[in-house]
Write a protein that binds this ligand. Structure first.
Ligand SMILES: Cc1cc2nc3c(=O)[nH]c(=O)nc-3n(C[C@H](O)[C@H](O)[C@H](O)COP(=O)(O)O)c2cc1C
Length: 213
């Protein structure tokens, strides 16, 4: 099994990093031989959409005749997603949504004619579905009875990832980190992941062998 492990927090000691690491640990617990690929968009940020990339994406005609090299970054990132049986994302909430470094990745992996078909009824995903586990750290509260701010993060990720075919998503919010004692972080991470459903691993793009089976 291939796991693509993505982190986005600019903080080295971050709650979303702890969440994503704990998710990967759980996955390795049930699939000990899994291979983990890392992307740390905070340490090594992706470029924002470059002029040649944006120009190539600007119409069906330009997409059909892409500028030389314009799609190279996008293609490499899409192939990384295709090679992953499972994707794990650790992300902070930044101004009610995803941080810009994660948005830069989204801007590269959503590409008409490659990862989605554009139809009058909307985008239709072209990638095989596979589980995506998303750990979210937020300083305040965006879900549940105590929510005091809108949530543009989970609906946004659901729509953009769903539009390329990734529909088996699980979100694990660790909220109110501004008021969390760092000593309680491990317990908070455990609580946030209490409802994780690993049975979805059966729904991977490629058949997997269970160690010892
Ligand atoms: C630029 C920026 C914007 C933020 N915006 C929000 C926000 O809209 N809502 C919220 O609850 N917390 C917000 N926070 C707080 C972070 O979500 C919080 O510190 C979280 O723990 C960061 O994740 P990390 O621990 O993985 O770094 C923001 C933090 C930064 C740096």
């Amino acid at each position: 099994m291939n796991i693509l492990h993505i982190d986005c927090s600019p903080r080295p000691e971050s709650y979303s990093r702890q969440l994503s690491a704990a998710i990967v640990k759980k996955l390795l617990g049930v699939r000990p031989g899994a291979h983990v690929s890392r992307r740390d968009f905070a340490s090594v940020p992706l470029p924002h959409a470059a002029p040649d990339y944006a120009t190539t994406l600007s119409s069906p005609a330009t997409l059909a005749a892409p500028l030389r090299g314009a799609l190279d970054v996008s293609e490499a990132l899409i192939q990384e997603v295709e090679a992953a049986d499972v994707i794990v994302i650790g992300t902070p909430m930044h101004n009610l949504t995803v941080p810009s470094v994660l948005k830069a990745w989204i801007d590269q992996i959503l590409r008409a004619g490659r990862t989605f078909k554009s139809t009058p009824a909307g985008k239709i995903g072209m990638l095989s579905d596979r589980p995506v586990f998303i750990g979210i750290a937020s300083g305040g509260v965006f879900a549940g009875d105590r929510a005091n701010q809108p949530d543009f993060l989970t609906p946004y990720l659901s729509v953009v990832l769903g539009s390329i075919g990734l529909k088996t998503l699980q979100f694990f919010p660790l909220q109110a980190t501004a008021f969390l004692d760092w000593d309680q972080a491990t317990l908070a991470v455990d609580n946030a992941l209490a409802a994780i459903d690993l049975t979805v691993l059966a729904k991977t793009a490629r058949p997997m062998t269970v160690k010892g089976a």
